[in-house]
Design a protein around this ligand. Structure first.
Ligand code: HEC
Length: 343
């Protein structure tokens, strides 16, 4: 009996000492929390096991609906393209600026087959201390199943097939995500992007109408005027005016590439100016909405011109974020995408 008590006391003492050492270590700041400092192999293994066991024990009883339902898959295609490609990529795209520095790095979902029950649970609940969000916070189960259904079909899909299915998908109008730049492609599309876009220099994006939910023509006339001023300034090559319309912290996204004002001014701005100078522009629609001192303006413009000596007929979509400073609207974000215009 005495021995047993001593044993318990000893174990408790060791446990307390360990806890104290860990607490000192944690508090001292020695641990490198940086995402660019990988875990030790053993830590990685432990975390991985905890993650896998946790997911499996929660997903085991989930009832899987018919994931071959074409309507479900189609819906999932639109969801995936709108919300997942920045992290999980898509066929023909090998990395993104966002994904490159992430730890754990989101898997390229077109390269792996995920168990549908696990996928449902992960998409719905997210994964702590990784960047995987809990999409259940903003989507119902049926929508999450559509994502699962689509993710099941992703492995082996070619860029063309991906492009086609996304083009046919119903728009994702559940909620707008501000940073869904990934489903546009740029004038400067990465190598390996959809080949049918290669010669237009301004490839396709597929969700006409998708961003436009809740926006009305003329809702915020001053912000719409700023969008027009910006276009005019680009066309006339008026750099001073272009820069005056942009907030210093503005971000400019063309396809997968997001640039600061400085980066844009240093390079792509002159390309855009040169391209637009000799193009014919027709603003097809412009809508806007305001929330307090911020506004969104979406413009659809037909551009007929030439790039690299070839005729280009494009429909360009511009999604602009603005904020009011005093009585002026400054542009804080621009996302551009375009696709070839039908003859
Ligand atoms: C901000 C980045 C980010 C976005 C956006 C994102 N994910 Fe993830 N996702 C992650 C990360 C990081 C992981 C890996 C977590 C881990 O390994 O612990 C992950 C893991 C997953 C997994 C599990 C893969 C496996 O290895 O088993 C699935 C399935 C998944 N995500 C689906 C989606 C879907 C569908 C969407 C869009 C609705 C989405 N994700 C959007 C970051 C993201």
């Amino acid at each position: 009996m005495k021995r047993q008590t001593e044993y318990v006391a000893f174990t408790a003492a060791v446990a307390i000492m360990l806890a104290v050492v860990l607490a000192i270590y944690g508090y001292s700041g020695s641990y490198n929390i940086g995402a660019d400092d990988p875990h030790w192999a053993v830590t990685h293994k432990v975390v991985r096991t905890v993650r896998d066991r946790s997911i499996r024990s929660r997903s085991a009883d989930i009832q899987v609906p018919n994931l071959n339902d074409p309507a479900l898959i189609l819906k999932g295609a639109g969801q995936y393209d709108a919300m997942c490609t920045g992290c999980h990529l898509k066929p023909g795209v090998n990395n993104s600026e966002l994904r490159a520095g992430m730890y754990p790095q989101p898997p390229k979902l077109s390269g792996i087959q995920v168990d549908p029950r696990d996928a449902f649970w992960i998409i719905k609940h997210g994964i702590k201390m990784s960047a995987m969000p809990a999409w259940g916070a903003s989507h119902d189960d049926q929508t999450i199943w559509s994502m699962v259904a689509f993710v099941q079909k992703l492995p082996g899909m070619t860029p063309e097939q991906y492009h086609d299915i996304v083009a046919k998908a119903p728009p994702d109008d559940d909620m707008d995500m501000d940073s869904d730049s990934e489903h546009s492609h740029s004038h400067h599309a990465a190598e390996g992007d959809e080949p049918q876009n290669a010669d237009t220099s301004a490839p396709a994006s597929n969700e006409t109408g998708k961003y436009a939910a809740g926006l009305k023509a003329g809702a915020v006339p001053e912000a719409e005027a700023a969008a027009q001023d910006f276009l005019d300034a680009l066309r006339s090559g008026d750099r001073v005016k272009i820069l005056r319309l942009l907030a210093p912290e503005a971000q400019i996204t063309e396809g997968n590439e997001t640039q600061s004002v400085k980066q844009y001014a240093g390079h792509h701005m002159s390309e855009d100016v040169a391209f637009l100078k000799h193009s014919e522009l027709t603003v097809v629609s412009r809508t806007s909405a305001a929330t307090g001192d911020t506004a969104r303006v979406i413009s659809e413009t037909n551009i007929i011109g030439t790039t690299n000596g070839r005729a280009a007929r494009l429909r360009s979509r511009e999604q602009m974020g603005l904020k009011r400073i005093g009585d002026q609207w400054k542009i804080v974000s621009i996302e551009w995408s375009s696709h070839p215009l039908a003859e």
